[in-house]
Design a protein around this ligand. Structure first.
Ligand code: HEM
Length: 422
């Protein structure tokens, strides 16, 4: 094939223009590392053409540019959506009410209200709950010897964490877990979009009921903190609270789950890294940060430009959608030495797995606690992890990771003897 025929009309090579980032199958079928390397090197501001009836959008892949745009909430808005599905549909129905899709003064005020619910006292209570749960679940899983780590451990810890923070009764956790799974990504390639829509509505209805209960009978939890809060003397409405519960449960569940699954998968495949963790030659903190960089479960977020913006040698026009690819920024060779090497001792490790700037992840502390406690319990109770089957990858254009992870654990009997219930 001549160079001429390998190029599409606007000078973009076909191996780039053939990749459809909206299609959830793309991430399973293509060598995306090669794609991102190419974009970072040659097309740091790339116009993704319209595909499957959706409009075109900008793709930003370099670390410094992604950071600059995350930081810029003056010239970019989140109120027209912050994920592909809403951005390409032209808006988010929770704009101005749900933290992640609210801008300006209202965003600041709402974030401050929500931060009250994330007080050190509330967080230390939840962190302790995470530690106890992770140790118990992982000790049990190791004693059983074999199983699906995704279903038995990684699915349960995040929902217990956010559920504990929000005050969701334990009996409802499994119900919510199923709904969050179908509302964001999908285990199944052929899930209809209507199913995701229905799941989202069901979560909203669930929280409407819970808010009503907490208004009548406040407890020591986030929902009760929110029902008692106001912004400039105006109390939060039920809808404000419901949207933000929804955002916490969605933001906090799948991301952490996918990170834990990915971390264990890596440990099963990289004996040297497992050894460093097990022997304590790397700190749990640095192992956690590298697990987060490596997994980058939220591949991208996006914004809409309010004015023309010059970046990466081009212009994003007012009104255009621009997507920021964490997944690429976290492998940017100008920032990370050997970015494609998993190094649990990596330092510095300024990954942007949690975003950056005014919308920086509100749950970053809790997510870090979850991953750290999982790694700690794993190195205490197990002597090694072996895959017993092929994990299944999820279908999503927002999230990356696996929905199953069949494994066998080699028990560490001395460690298991220290488990509370052992
Ligand atoms: C925002 C990632 C865990 C709640 C964000 C953003 C990212 C992110 C990239 C920025 C979105 C944007 O700029 O548009 C992650 C990852 C997690 C995680 C990778 C786990 C590994 C959590 C947890 C919670 C949570 C556990 C709740 C307990 C939120 C909320 C926001 C947010 C409420 C919106 C903040 C704002 O707009 O001011 N998250 N998150 N996340 N995250 Fe997380």
């Amino acid at each position: 094939m001549s160079v001429q025929t390998a190029m599409s009309r606007d000078g973009i090579p076909e191996e780039i223009s053939a990749i459809n980032l909206v299609d959830t199958g793309t991430y399973l079928e293509h060598d995306m590392d090669a794609y991102w390397r190419r974009l970072r090197a040659d097309h740091p501001l790339y116009w993704h053409p319209p595909a499957d009836g959706t409009p075109g959008f900008w793709v930003v892949s370099r670390y410094a540019d992604v950071m600059a745009l995350y930081r810029d909430n003056q010239r970019l808005t989140s109120e027209k959506g912050n994920v592909l599905v809403t951005l390409l549909a032209g808006g988010d129905s929770a704009a101005g009410q749900m933290l992640a899709v609210t801008d300006g003064r209202r965003h600041k005020d709402l974030r401050n209200v929500m931060l009250k619910a994330f007080s050190p006292r509330a967080l230390s209570k939840v962190a302790e709950l995470v530690r106890v749960n992770a140790r118990r679940m992982i000790a049990d899983a190791v004693r059983r010897g074999e199983g699906d780590f995704a279903a038995e451990v990684a699915s349960v810890i995040p929902l217990t964490t956010v559920g504990g923070l929000l005050g969701v009764p334990v009996k409802d956790h499994a119900y919510l877990l199923n709904l969050t799974k179908s509302s964001l990504s999908s285990d199944e390639a052929d899930q209809a979009p209507e199913e995701a829509f229905l799941a989202r509505n069901e979560i909203l209805l669930y929280f409407s009921d819970l808010v009503a209960e907490r208004r009548a009978d406040p407890q020591d939890d986030v929902i009760s903190t929110l029902t008692a809060s106001d912004i400039n003397g105006v109390p939060l409405t039920d809808q404000d609270i419901v949207f933000n519960c929804y955002s916490l449960i969605l933001g906090g569940d799948e991301t952490s789950r996918l990170t834990m699954i990915d971390s264990l998968y890596n440990l099963s495949r990289e004996p040297e890294q497992w050894k460093r963790l097990k022997e304590g030659s790397v700190t749990l903190e640095s192992a956690t940060e590298e697990a987060l960089r490596w997994a980058t479960p939220a591949m991208n977020f996006g914004r809409t430009a309010l004015v023309d913006i010059e970046i990466a040698g081009g212009t994003i026009k007012a009104g255009d959608v621009v997507t920021l690819w964490n997944t690429s920024a976290n492998r940017d060779e100008s920032v990370f030495d050997d970015p494609y090497v998993l190094d649990l001792g990596r330092s510095p490790n300024k990954h942007i797995t949690f975003g950056y700037g005014p919308h920086f992840c509100l749950g970053a502390y809790l997510a870090r606690v979850e991953v750290k406690e999982m790694l700690d319990a794993m190195r205490t109770f197990s002597n090694g992890i072996e895959l017993t089957g092929e994990p299944r990858r999820i279908h999503s254009n927002l999230m990356a990771g696996m929905s199953t992870l069949p494994v066998r654990f080699l028990p560490d009997e001395a460690g298991l003897a220290t488990a509370a219930d052992g």
